[in-house]
Design a protein. Structure first.
Length: 135
């Protein structure tokens, strides 16, 4: 957000923002730069940061600042923002039609909510661990 200088959840992040592992999977993710604290290496920018000592050092500084600012209450609030938006979208019949058009099974909001809350628990624990590692 340009006004607050803080990161916000944006709609196209919903497929990643609450996941415990990246799209490429942990095995592929850990093939190179396994020791780096970068969530995913699916993009060339991710690999460029991980592979450059100076960039990676700056990345860790920003990561630490971000994790300090994203305390557990902020993360919980963002999670509930996602849950509430998904609840609204799941009640929109046109969204269900789009989902079926894409050959996906019907969206189960209750299951999604349960999965997201489980992911939040993982994220809160992971945040704590990363902050301890960055000291």
């Amino acid at each position: 957000d340009p006004e607050t200088q803080l990161f916000k959840v944006i709609p196209w992040d919903y497929d990643d923002i609450l996941r415990p592992f990246p799209h490429e999977g942990l095995t592929v993710r850990n093939k190179e730069f396994a020791d780096k604290r970068i969530f995913s290496l699916e993009e060339s920018l991710d690999r460029a940061i991980a592979g450059n000592t100076e960039l990676y050092s700056r990345y860790e500084q920003v990561l630490k600042k971000t994790l300090v600012n994203l305390d557990s209450s902020s993360l919980t609030e963002s999670t509930w923002q996602v849950i509430n938006e998904l609840e609204q979208l799941s009640s929109d019949k046109s969204m269900t039609e789009v989902t079926l058009f894409l050959d996906k099974s019907s969206f189960d909001f209750a299951q999604a909510k349960e999965d997201i809350l489980l992911s939040l628990k993982f994220i809160l624990n992971r945040r704590k661990w990363i902050l301890q590692e960055l000291k």
